[in-house]
Design a protein around this ligand. Structure first.
Ligand code: BMA
Length: 357
């Protein structure tokens, strides 16, 4: 009976509603607004997001005010994904050759137009100096007391400088979602499952958040925890750093095999995500997805949308339009373009114009 009562309380949000705000208790007013806005928008629909949308597309790059998504459907995405990989090294361009100065101005443009920015970090391996995909052991070495601690904190200093530099014309800090150490349940990045213990991963996350908020006084971030593969809530939560360090929860899943397999995994994981989000009072999102080269002409309304429809989610973000053999959103003339227009017109999806209505 008591159990049933607790379950009911959890479902109605009574138990978890004591504190409803960002993990960073000193988050700026605008960051708190972003948090509340994400929650409110979730009642209206699922925001569509695209990685590097404004930076380049198929056949163009670094043009002012262009987007493959907008060229196809007449509207911008609602969520814009960016990546800070290589910022830590002091280089002027990121791992996909986008200049950090341009990233800063894209982020500002998105904010001024009422869109949402989310930033991932394919940072290099801090011990070997190799890429994010260099799986030489590194996590233990960069934690306090480790031999590469100074390297990592110097990297976080650069990251903090960038986050501090995100300002409106009036000098107000722009709030963004920060999604570090993503796909950690896989083992292809140096922070992955086989590259560190559960405790090391949690400590890395907690240390990073504490360093940014307390030492660097960065208060314009919401933190997103996003896994790769998992089977159930136990697998999803295994490395969860704790409610005090996370705002958005999600996972990355791409349609690379059959549609049946993608749909089965997507539904199974969205069910887990929805339950975990309700219990932990977090904002659920499908943080990366897509079918490379979108070969299914009706992928948007016949595959993605039906899978998402039963769930309440903040946003779904498709990956970047990097090259003619590596893109996830349509561009003019691409086979799924007409279907994408229907996807945009569906009342469940939110694009930039929907956010401003
Ligand atoms: C991967 C690919 C890479 C890219 C990386 C970071 O999925 O798109 O080409 O460098 O993401 O954006």
């Amino acid at each position: 009976m008591i159990r049933l009562f607790i379950a009911l309380l959890l479902l109605t949000g009574t138990l978890s509603a004591q504190y409803s705000g960002p993990a960073d208790m000193q988050a700026t007013a605008e960051t708190q607004q972003l948090y509340q806005r994400l929650r409110a928008l979730m009642q209206r629909g699922i925001m569509f997001g695209h990685q590097d949308d404004m930076a380049y597309g198929i056949g163009w790059k670094y043009e002012h005010d262009r987007s493959d998504v907008k060229d196809v459907c007449g509207d911008w995405p609602a969520v814009f994904g960016w990546d800070l990989g290589h910022l830590e090294t002091g280089r002027p361009v990121n791992l996909d050759s986008v200049p950090f100065d341009s990233l800063r101005s894209y982020i500002r443009a998105v904010h001024e137009r009422g869109g949402v920015n989310s930033i991932s970090w394919h940072g290099n391996n801090p011990v070997s100096g190799g890429s994010a995909w260099d799986t030489s052991l590194a996590v233990a070495a960069i934690l306090p007391g480790g031999s590469s601690y100074a390297v990592y904190t110097a990297w976080l200093d650069r990251l903090a400088d960038f986050m501090h530099s995100l300002k409106t014309a009036d000098g107000i800090s722009i709030p963004v979602i920060f999604r570090p150490f993503h796909e950690h349940t896989g083992s292809w990045f140096w922070w992955g499952q086989r590259q560190c213990s559960t405790t090391e991963f949690r400590t890395l996350w907690q240390f990073t958040v504490n360093y940014l908020t307390t030492v660097k006084q960065v208060h314009n971030l919401l933190y997103a925890y996003s896994a790769a593969d998992f089977d159930d809530d136990g697998g999803y939560m295994e490395r969860y750093p704790g409610d005090a360090f996370v705002d958005v929860i999600g996972f990355d899943l791409f349609h690379s095999g059959s549609a049946e397999q993608y749909l089965r995994l997507l539904r199974q994981r969205l069910e887990v995500l929805e339950a975990v989000a309700a219990i932990n009072h977090k904002i659920p999102a499908l943080t990366e997805t897509g079918q490379e080269r979108v070969s299914a002409a009706d992928w948007w309304t016949q595959i993605l949308l039906p899978a998402l429809r039963p769930f309440r989610l903040s946003y779904v973000l498709v990956w970047r339009n990097g090259r003619p053999d590596h893109y996830y959103a349509p561009y003019p003339g691409q086979v799924s373009g007409n279907d994408f227009k229907k996807f945009r017109a569906d009342e469940r999806t939110l694009f930039l114009q929907d956010l401003n209505q």
